[in-house]
Design a protein around this ligand. Structure first.
Ligand code: BTN
Length: 269
């Protein structure tokens, strides 16, 4: 018998009933173990809106060729492969949309949890991280698969309390933040429902609105940062702005520079 309250359990028929039958997702693949949900999603034929969920990834992919650490049975690691009405030039709207609505759904979920804890603050970090209390809670890896065809990979730290020494200090999870053990399946359904409810913004190409929503939860402008990309390593710069096309404007010794990819560490006083 399935124990729906077991936080370490996914029930694929329940997910089918709640997600595949009621949202934009038309098929679901669930894997107890897989290499990477993004890579599996890429191998699928286009044209369907697919959700790929894994309980464990043996080589989960992170941004900039990194890997995504996630303990077996503890977190959410999933990918959506779907078509969205965005040309190449507009594809940044997909990043803004999924990062913002991931934040909104996680925040709404945490607010309704029972228990005596202060609801933590959530914020977005360029290019597509979700932070709480200045630590990373979730990351998105969005890849393009062709015209209008996107791979949206999402990792959320849910019930994992300890991370590899290298990341432990700058990483958090919902259970670290709230003290609660979270039902991952319930949270996943809540996230997909939030995407579904707001998808009209992408369908109607309301990209300005999506950008403004994202900016409203990003506190990076004016902050001092260190910046690293494949060609540059910059210490103590200042964020001037984040543009609608996904670029970040950084002031380095009185000169403004625009970057489209890289890793940022925010300095905290
Ligand atoms: C980042 O580096 O911040 C992005 C992390 C994205 C991780 C998710 S987990 C599910 C999906 N499958 C992958 O291999 N990566 C993404």
């Amino acid at each position: 018998m399935t124990d729906y309250n077991n936080p370490s359990m996914f029930d694929s028929s329940f997910l089918e009933a709640e997600v595949a039958a009621k949202t934009f997702i038309s098929e679901i693949f669930f894997f107890p173990e897989i290499g990477s949900t993004n890579e599996f999603a890429k191998s699928l034929p286009p044209g369907k809106n697919t959700l790929v969920v894994a309980d464990y990834q043996t080589w989960g992919k992170g941004r900039l060729g990194g890997n995504w650490e996630s303990k077996r049975g503890k977190n959410l690691t999933f990918t959506i492969r779907a078509s969205f009405n965005a040309r190449k030039k507009e594809s940044q709207a997909i990043n803004f949309f999924f990062s913002y609505y991931l934040l909104a759904s996680v925040e709404a979920y945490v607010r309704q949890l029972p228990g005596d804890f202060e609801v933590p603050d959530f914020e977005l970090k360029w290019p597509n991280d979700l932070l709480s209390k200045q630590k990373k809670l979730a990351g998105l890896l969005i890849e393009s698969c062709g015209q209008n065809d996107f791979i949206v990979g999402i990792g959320v730290n849910v019930n994992q309390k300890k991370f590899m020494a290298e990341y432990n200090e700058r990483t958090t999870s919902l259970s670290k933040l709230t003290g609660a053990t979270i039902n991952r399946q319930e949270l996943l359904i809540r996230i997909i429902q939030e995407f579904d409810k707001n998808l009209y913004l992408l369908q109607n190409k309301q990209f300005d609105e999506v950008y403004k929503l994202w900016l409203s939860r990003c506190k990076m402008v004016g902050r001092r940062i260190d910046f690293k990309s494949s060609n540059y390593e910059i210490k103590d710069a200042e964020v001037i702005g984040i543009l609608k096309d996904g670029g970040i404007l950084i002031r380095i010794q009185e000169k403004e520079n625009l970057f489209y990819s890289g890793e940022i560490s925010i300095k905290h006083s």
